[in-house]
Design a protein around this ligand. Structure first.
Ligand SMILES: NC(=O)C1=CN([C@@H]2O[C@H](COP(=O)(O)OP(=O)(O)OC[C@H]3O[C@@H](n4cnc5c(N)ncnc54)[C@H](OP(=O)(O)O)[C@@H]3O)[C@@H](O)[C@H]2O)C=CC1
Ligand SMILES: O=C(CO)COP(=O)(O)O
Ligand SMILES: [Zn+2]
Length: 353
C-alpha cells in the first residue's frame, strides 16, 4: 500500500519590487488578516522599515505594536511571545535581516499566529523558508517554524542596505552547491530523506545566480532584484524539503561554529561561502569544483579567505575540526576532520596562509 504524504507550506503572496514597502497594509488586507500586527524588528531595520510600516498601519486606522530584538536567541523568541500576548496582537511581521525574521517566524509558530516577512537586507535565504536557525549552547537548532503568509521585499530598501549584506546573500545561495552535495552523500550513505525536486531547485538557483553574477554590482537596484529572487527560490526549496538540507550542509556547520568561536566577526552568508570553498574541495579533491565556487564568490566581492572574514587561521582550524558536533547532520565531514587534514584543506584552498 502507498502511504507516503507530504505537506508543503509556502507563502501566498510574494511581492518584490521598487517601492513595495508602501504596499504592506494592502498585502495584509489581501490575506484577510484582522486586528493589530506586532512588528518584530532589530535596531537598524526598525528605522529603515519598521517605523515607516507602523506609520502606514496607523494611517489606515490600525494600531500596530513594535518590538526590537538584538540577537537570534531563544530568549528573543520569548520576549516576542510575551510582547504579542501583552499587546493582544493578531499576527506578526518580521522586519529586518535573518535575525528578526527568524525570531518572528519562531514566535508565530509558538503563538499559532500568521506571520509576514519584510526583509531589509538581501543577506540570507530565510526570507521565505519555514525554518528558524538558533544557537543553543554547544548546538545550533534548525527548527520548523511558521512559514510567512506573505513576503514583501522592496528592492529600493534592499539596494540601499550596505553592499556586503547583498554579497552575503549571494554567498548563502552559492553555498547551495555544497549543501546539495552533502545531502546526496547523506542519502547514499545514511539513507536520509531526500527530495530530488528540492535539490534541483536549490542547485538551479545557485546556477542562475552565478550566471548573472555580472549584473550583481553595488548601486544597481537590479542586483537586489536578482539576489532576492534567488533567496526566495532557495527558501522555497527548503519548504519543499521540509528541512534546511537543500541550503545547509557542512559549510553551514562551519559557519555556525564560527558564530560560537568568533561571535559577530563576519556575516552568516560570508562564512558559509568560505566554508563552501573548503567542503567543495573535500568533495572534489584538488582539481575539483572548489575553484569555481571560489571564483564565483570572488566575482561578487564576497570573502574567500579567513583574513577577509576577519577571523584568524587557528579559529578556522578549530571550527573545521569541531563543527560536525553542532548537530546530527551527516555531511562530507563525517565524524570529524583531524587537525592535519583541516590545515591541508584550508591551506590548499587559500583560505588560510
Ligand atoms: N531560517 C533560515 O532558513 C535561515 C536563517 N538564517 C539566519 O539569518 C541570520 C543571518 O542573517 P543576516 O541578515 O546576515 O543577520 P542580521 O539579521 O543579524 O543582519 C545583519 C546586519 O545587517 C543589519 N541590517 C539589516 N538590514 C539593514 C539595512 N537595511 N541597512 C543597514 N543595516 C541593516 C543588521 O542590523 P541590526 O544589528 O540593527 O539588526 C545587522 O547588523 C543568521 O542568524 C542565520 O542563521 C540564514 C539563512 C537561512
Ligand atoms: O542558513 C540556512 C540556509 O541558508 C539554514 O541554516 P540551518 O540549517 O541552521 O537552519
Ligand atoms: Zn544560510
Amino acid at each position: 500500500m502507498f502511504e507516503k504524504s507530504t505537506w508543503i507550506r509556502l507563502p501566498r503572496n510574494v511581492v518584490v519590487g521598487h517601492g513595495v514597502l508602501e504596499s504592506v497594509v494592502e498585502v495584509v488586507d489581501d490575506l484577510h488578516l484582522q486586528g493589530r500586527p506586532l512588528i518584530v524588528t532589530s535596531p537598524t531595520p526598525r528605522s529603515v522599515a519598521g517605523e515607516p510600516i507602523a506609520a502606514d498601519f496607523e494611517a489606515a486606522g490600525i494600531d500596530p505594536a513594535i518590538v526590537s530584538i538584538e540577537a537570534a536567541t531563544f530568549e528573543s523568541v520569548q520576549t516576542v511571545i510575551e510582547a504579542a500576548e501583552a499587546e493582544e496582537v493578531s499576527y506578526l511581521m518580521g522586519v529586518g535581516g535573518g535575525k528578526a525574521i527568524d525570531i518572528a517566524k519562531m514566535a508565530s509558530d509558538h503563538l499559532e499566529m500568521g506571520f509576514c516577512s519584510v526583509p531589509t537586507a538581501a543577506s540570507h535565504d530565510g526570507i521565505v523558508s519555514n525554518r528558524g536557525s538558533v544557537p543553543d549552547g554547544d548546538t545550533r537548532h534548525s527548527v520548523a517554524a511558521e512559514p510567512p503568509l506573505a513576503v514583501v521585499a522592496d528592492t529600493a530598501v534592499l539596494a540601499e542596505a550596505p553592499w556586503e549584506l547583498t554579497t552575503a546573500g549571494c554567498a548563502d545561495i552559492i553555498s547551495n552547491y555544497t549543501a546539495v552535495m552533502d545531502w546526496r552523500l547523506a542519502k547514499r550513505l545514511k539513507n536520509v530523506e531526500y527530495s530530488e525536486y528540492a535539490a534541483a531547485l536549490a542547485e538551479m538557483t545557485a546556477e542562475i545566480l552565478v550566471d548573472n553574477a555580472d549584473l550583481v554590482r553595488p548601486g544597481l537596484e537590479e542586483s537586489a532584484w536578482i539576489v532576492t529572487k534567488a533567496l526566495v527560490s532557495s527558501g522555497v526549496a527548503m519548504s519543499i524539503a521540509g528541512s534546511s538540507r537543500p541550503a545547509s550542509g557542512a559549510e553551514h556547520l562551519f559557519s555556525h561554529q564560527l558564530d560560537r568561536l568568533a561571535p559577530g566577526a563576519a556575516l552568516h552568508g560570508h562564512q558559509v561561502g568560505v566554508g563552501s570553498i573548503m567542503t567543495a574541495y573535500l568533495h572534489g579533491g584538488e582539481r575539483g569544483f572548489w575553484r569555481e565556487i571560489r571564483s564565483a564568490l570572488d566575482s561578487i566581492d564576497a570573502p574567500t579567505t579567513a583574513r577577509e572574514l576577519g577571523i584568524d587561521d587557528e579559529t578556522v582550524i578549530e571550527a573545521l575540526t569541531t563543527c560536525h558536533e553542532i548537530r546530527d547532520r551527516y555531511t562530507i565531514l563525517g565524524d570529524g576532520m583531524d587537525e592535519r587534514a583541516a590545515r591541508e584543506v584550508a591551506t590548499k584552498t587559500g583560505v588560510i596562509e
